[in-house]
Design a protein around this ligand. Structure first.
Ligand code: GDP
Ligand code: GDP
Length: 436
């Protein structure tokens, strides 16, 4: 499940984000259309030939007020910490600069493969200028042009050639989950409380990169869990650790690696844009989701507090209406013992398979209660449905004309499916298709 990670580093303006977008392809994302979400992406999934990987644009991780040189040095350190392969980008237009040399010095410290890409080689004459960059000591430079989209294929060939051999991960029944949330919401306190329980058996698993360490544990009931990226949750004291962009990037990686995402909120502080951004990514990635409201001990409560808080969450995260909400305290341990069971339940729902016959009984009942609409004199006809995937459960609905099935009818069908089967905690995908 853990895909190789490629990071792009280099001083500002060499074309990192241009090349990042080129490599990412045009992945239209609902997350980015959500208001309050930052548009500039710094993390994405990408693929080249048969290889899937993750791509980080370290240039997008800004360190606030830090001086310019400190920022590029830290970005290079992030690349060394996070990546399996590093793309060091320079520019033929401006030529070799002092900042390039500064970045190079940091990159000398790593044993990881570093590939030198010279961007802005927009025409054959410019090719002569790439030779200056041999002085950086990273071997043959790869000439590319973000503007003309040239050379990127060769660069990608080289990148995928450097990927570590695919680890044959032992497939087991352990449930992979991650804890996601802003700094200080209490993630590491929850981790410590869960792992510190008596009769919980814990073992660390090394990941592909040095820092990506998962933790496996077994509950007294014998259920096995893998907590993804525990190392990222426990603070390592790096300067950049608490910057927002970095923690969002780290969260996205953990989401990609898990089946169940625990979205941790702080009862004291409520919901912020960063929470929405990350929750939107988990939803879009089709992960099972549990909303965990921590620090429940800090609120003065009456009979309405929990309902009001729940209502607030439902308003803020309308697309997560399927996610259960649990109110906990890592400090007093209130309800924390319910968490493993809840993770297990939503994981089961996430992998639930429905027999076609049973599914179609539900669809036929739905059609009887709420007949299909007519659009411009043409009536929508729904013939049958079948489940084509799990994690998340995905159904293909065969109709006469997909254009006739509007969002409201689609949502009605999804609700009927949810009424008939337990899909708590998981998104459900409906794909409409014309019957041939
Ligand atoms: P970053 O700061 O390293 O992420 O750089 P950007 O991707 O924002 O690009 C900086 C500037 O260089 C922008 O104005 C881009 O349009 C421009 N640029 C990017 N790639 C090329 C290229 O191949 N040739 C030329 N001439 N300009 C480019
Ligand atoms: P993280 O950055 O999300 O991993 O958050 P931490 O686990 O480091 O917690 C941040 C702070 O909140 C620490 O001072 C914790 O002691 C405190 N904290 C964590 N959980 C709770 C809780 O349930 N109740 C209260 N009152 N404080 C908590």
């Amino acid at each position: 499940m853990a895909l190789p990670v490629v990071a792009i580093v280099g001083r500002p303006n060499v074309g990192k984000s241009t090349i990042f977008n080129e490599m990412a392809g045009d992945r239209i994302s609902i997350v980015e259309d959500t208001p309050g979400v930052t548009r500039d992406r710094i993390y994405t999934r990408a693929e080249w030939l048969t290889h899937e990987f993750r791509l980080i644009d370290t240039g997008g991780i800004d360190m606030g007020d830090e001086p310019f040189m400190n920022q590029i040095v830290q970005q290079a350190e992030i690349a060394i910490d996070e990546a399996d392969v590093i793309v060091f980008m320079v520019s033929a237009k401006e030529g070799l600069t002092e900042s390039d040399e500064r970045v190079a010095k940091i990159l000398y410290r790593t044993d990881k493969p570093v590939i030198l890409a010279v961007n802005k080689v927009d025409n054959p004459e410019k090719r002569a200028e790439i030779y200056d960059f041999y002085a950086l000591g990273f071997g043959d430079p790869y000439p590319i042009s973000g503007t003309h989209r040239t050379g990127v294929g060769d660069l990608l060939d080289r990148i995928v050639a450097e990927f570590p051999d695919v680890q044959t991960e032992e497939e087991d029944d352990a449930i992979r989950f991650s804890l996601i949330g802003r700094p200080n919401v209490g993630k590491s306190s929850i981790v410590n409380a869960l792992l510190g329980e008596e009769r919980v058996i814990v073992s660390d698993i090394a990941g592909t990169t040095r820092d990506a360490i998962d933790t496996k544990f077994t509950t007294p009931d014998g259920d096995e869990f893998v907590m993804v990226d525990t190392a990222g949750i426990r603070k390592r004291g790096k300067v950049y650790e608490n910057t927002e962009k970095y923690s969002v990037m780290r969260a996205m990686r953990a989401i990609d690696d898990s089946n169940v995402v625990l979205m941790v909120l702080n009862a004291e502080e409520g919901i912020r844009d960063q929470d929405k951004h990350v929750a939107g990514y988990a939803h879009e990635a089709g992960r099972a989701i549990v909303i965990v409201v921590n620090k429940w001990d800090t609120l003065e409560k009456d009979t309405y507090t929990m309902n009001e808080f729940e209502q607030h969450i439902r308003n803020e995260f309308q697309y997560l209406s399927y996610a259960p909400i649990i109110f906990v305290s890592a400090k007093t341990k209130q309800r924390l013992n319910k968490l493993p069971e809840l993770i297990k339940q939503v994981d089961e729902n996430h992998k639930r398979r429905i027999q076609s016959a049973t599914l179609n009984e539900v669809i036929m009942d739905a059609l009887a209660t709420n007949p299909t609409p007519t659009v411009n004199g043409k009536r929508l006809r729904v013939y049958y449905a079948t489940q084509v995937a799990i994690q998340p459960p995905t159904f293909v609905v065969f109709v006469n004309d997909p254009e006739l099935m509007h969002f409201s009818y689609e949502r009605f069908l999804e609700n009927q499916i949810r009424k008939a089967f337990d899909f708590t905690g998981t998104p459900v995908h409906l794909i409409k298709r014309a019957r041939k």
